[in-house]
Design a protein around this ligand. Sequence first.
Ligand code: SF4
Length: 188
Amino acid sequence: MDYYAALMRYARNPDDLTVLAVAGVLAAVVDEGGTERLPIPGLDAEETHWLLARWFPDAESSLGLYFGAPAADSQPGPSYDDIDLVTLLKTYANPVAGTTTEIQCISHALACACAGKKHLWQELRLSSRGELSALLEYWFPALAEKNVHGMKWKKFLYKELCRSEALNVCRASSCGECAEYSSCFGPE
Ligand code: SF4
């Protein structure tokens, strides 16, 4: 089954970038290992049930997405970096953009997508980097506006994470002299 398309049939607002991104993360989790892979890594079952009811009413029962707490050995928990990334995102979240629970859900969904190999907008199944920019500017405006040089979003988020912990993983003293430049900047 195409879970992304199926979820979107139940979307409360199929044009909302948050709905599209959350559908992308949910579908990626299910595509990887079936519905038993739920809940979303980093969220517990109750939060994932809440997320489904909030943005995809009726999808859970209609699509048979029944799940409870994962067995201890059935699903990897969030890594240390994922937890720190969630903390970073929540620190910058706009409190009027949504409720605390919504911010919790979107922060974990983004951190989950960051663990993928593709560009972040692709992992979220958005149609472009521009859509991801708009999503981040909505939920985390103070963080998004720090990306003044248009760094690739996933690279930027981990760079900010390192900066927040006073770490520097860059091998060059400046981006202009760096052999990694094309992996941090340019089209994505
Ligand atoms: S281009 Fe090089 S110096 Fe600049 S952020 Fe990327 S890794 Fe660091």
